[in-house]
Structure formats: C-alpha cells, structure tokens
Design a protein around this ligand. Structure first.
Ligand SMILES: [Zn+2]
Ligand SMILES: [Zn+2]
Length: 369
C-alpha cells in the first residue's frame, strides 16, 4: 500500500512538471529545442538566492537546462558561507532534480577577470575547484583558467562583451587576448544578449568568428523581479537545437553552434539554424476566394510575434504590406490576385527575427489553393 501511495505521489509530481510546461516552438521532426539559461548566480558567489530557488524558477519557466555559473573570484558572503568547494551550488541544484524530470543542471563557473579578457563562462566543467587555482585578477590567470576549463571539456563563452563597466561606449570589441583564445579554439561562444541588453557588435563578432550565439539572464536577484510576468516579460532564453534530450547531445549542439536566442519580442540566430524553426512555426492556410479576393490565414505557433513585411507584388484588400501575427495566434489577410489562382507563393521578411546585424529573416511559403 505504501509503495502504491509513493508511486501515485511520484507520478503526480512528474505530471505536474510535464502538464504545466510551456511549448515555446513546434520542433522540426527529429530535433529537440532545449530551452536553456547558462548564466545564473546564487549565494555561492554574488547572487542573492539559494541554488534551490534557481531550480524552482527554471521549472516555472519551463526550462530544460540551467547552469549556476558562480564567479570564481567574487564571493559576497565569505563570513557566512563555506566556499571551499566551488562545486557546491551545482551539487545542491542537481540534487533537487527528480529522475523523470525534464530539467537538467550542468556544472559551470564564471571566470571573472578585468577587461581584457573580461568575464568568461565555462559550462559542462567537471571540477570548478581547479579553475580556482587561477584566481588572480590578470590576463595570465584568465588564459590559464580558460585553458583548464577546456582541458575539462567545457563549452566556453564570452560574457557581456558590451558591458558598460568594461566598455564605456557599450560596443563589444575584441582585444588581443580574445584573438589568442579564438586562434587556439579555447573560446566557443559569445553572449549577444545578456540580461536586458542586446549587442549587434557581439552578433557581428559571433558571425565573423563562427561562434555560438548565446543569450542569458545573468540573474542575481529573483527572475520575477528582473522580468515581471505581469508586464509580459521573460528572461532571455538560448534554444539549443539538439538531436537528443541528453547532456551529450546538447553539448555537441553547443559546439556545433546550433542555437538561437529569444530576447524581448525578438529572435536572434544564424539563418541556417533559425529558418527551419520558423518554417515549422509559421503556417499559411487558404480560406478560399470571394470574387477574385483570396483570404489567407497566417498562423503563428510560436511564443514570439511575427512582424511581417510582405515582399511580393500583390496588394492587400484590407491592409498595407506590414502587419503582425501575435504569439500563438493567427491573422487573416485578403489578397487581390487579379485572377483565380490554384497556387500562390508568399514572401515575407520577419523584422523581429535577426540573422545578422540589421538583417532580417526572409521566408517564402508556397501553397496550393
Ligand atoms: Zn559577469
Ligand atoms: Zn554573471
């Protein structure tokens, strides 16, 4: 009897986790979109919450993957907490995860040096204590800590290269140490989105150096304070396009640069990553003709609005060429096709989906009528 009760209890926990999960996007067949935040803090460096709160927040936000990336060098509660084991935040957070739960936790750290090189995150590390061997605030220890993270098989990305405490003009730019790290393949990604900020210059650096595009919350307080849901806000999320829902596959996808980022009402990612996702989430259905006016239903299955600019030659009966389909919603448009067609191609630019600085995703849909 006790066993049955335990089973029912465990089942109800797992149902709770899965039932309330948000579907951000429809995934193309055979792929998983892993919703991640790989830059967060707890009291085990300078954050203001216990690691368990990070796990609860991630569950509420339907995330699949988090990493508590505590600063190696900045520890705010030395008098109150034992910081001897730098893996402690990871141990507490990962210890909360149920066997059948979707959320995963990986070990990580923020290597925190003055600029250059600035702050650098290492995730999928094996032992944060070994990074602490290189905790002096200089370039040399920055290089050595990054090297050690790489020796552990870590995925390493440059944090907030646009941070105004480091770059007073807010412009992300490479110093010579960054070029060394890039040349030696020790740096694999870059934050294009950090907290509330978006950096077109970081996006340019990502594209020209073939780095993985990252977006993170870098949260120190509570997620709901930084991103109040009543204001329709959400933390930045990096979606990792993975072949499987395993840590190995997710790590491979990060190294393969298979990501895109959701920040405010926009998506940022390389065209080859983001185009198949949008093809899957943007559908057009014919609602038929009245006289020679065709009605098309434009359907958005995603959590972002689609801010569309029509690129073709037809004109619309009720609208101009620019309109928006709200998230998880649809919009009917009427088109003057001049004659009754049996096939139509519709070309759009989506102006809140960014594939390079000042460049928007173009999408083409052909349908039989
Ligand atoms: Zn930082
Ligand atoms: Zn940070």
């Amino acid at each position: 009897m006790k066993k049955i009760l335990l089973l029912v209890f465990l089942l109800s926990i797992s149902l709770n986790y899965s039932q309330n999960r948000k579907e951000f996007f429809k995934s193309p067949t055979g792929l998983f979109l892993i919703a991640s935040d790989l830059h967060i803090h707890s009291v085990f460096s300078d954050g203001r919450v216990w690691p368990s709160i990070r796990v609860e927040e991630a569950r509420r936000d339907s995330l699949d993957l988090i990493s508590l990336t505590e600063h190696i060098e900045y520890l705010s509660y030395r008098g109150d907490l034992n910081y001897d084991d730098r893996n402690r935040a990871f141990q507490i957070a990962s210890g909360m995860i149920q066997d059948n739960e979707t959320l995963m936790v990986i070990n990580g750290s923020e290597i925190t040096k003055p600029m250059p090189p600035g702050h650098i995150n290492a995730v999928f590390i094996k032992d944060a204590n070994k990074l602490n061997l290189y905790n002096k605030l200089n370039i040399e220890d920055g290089y050595k800590a990054v090297k050690e993270a790489n020796n552990q098989g870590a995925f390493v990305f440059w944090n907030h290269p646009n941070w105004i405490e480091n770059r007073d003009d807010g412009i992300a730019r490479l110093d010579s140490i960054h070029n060394v790290l890039l040349d030696e393949n020790l740096l694999h990604g870059i934050e294009v989105v950090n907290e509330q900020t978006y950096s077109e210059e970081a996006l340019e650096i990502a594209i020209s150096n073939n780095l993985t595009i990252m977006g993170t919350s870098d949260v120190h307080g509570l997620i709901d304070w930084d991103y109040p849901k009543e204001n329709n806000m959400h933390r930045p999320i990096t979606f990792i396009i993975s072949k499987n829902r395993t840590k190995k596959s997710i790590r491979d996808a990060l190294f393969d640069r298979k990501t895109f980022v959701w920040h405010r009402d926009m998506l940022v990612g390389k065209e080859e990553n983001i185009e198949p996702i949008i093809q899957e989430n943007f559908q057009i259905k014919s609602m038929g003709y009245y006289k020679k006016i065709l009605t098309l239903r434009l359907i958005n299955n995603s959590v972002v609005p689609f801010k569309l600019k029509y690129q073709g030659n037809y004109t619309f009966h009720h609208r101009g060429p620019v309109f928006e389909i709200p998230p998880k919603d649809h919009l009917d448009v009427t088109i003057k096709t001049l004659e009754i067609l049996d096939e139509i191609s519709m070309d759009f630019e989506i102006q809140n989906i960014i594939i390079a600085p000042k460049k928007f995703l173009a999408i083409s849909k052909t349908l039989q009528l």
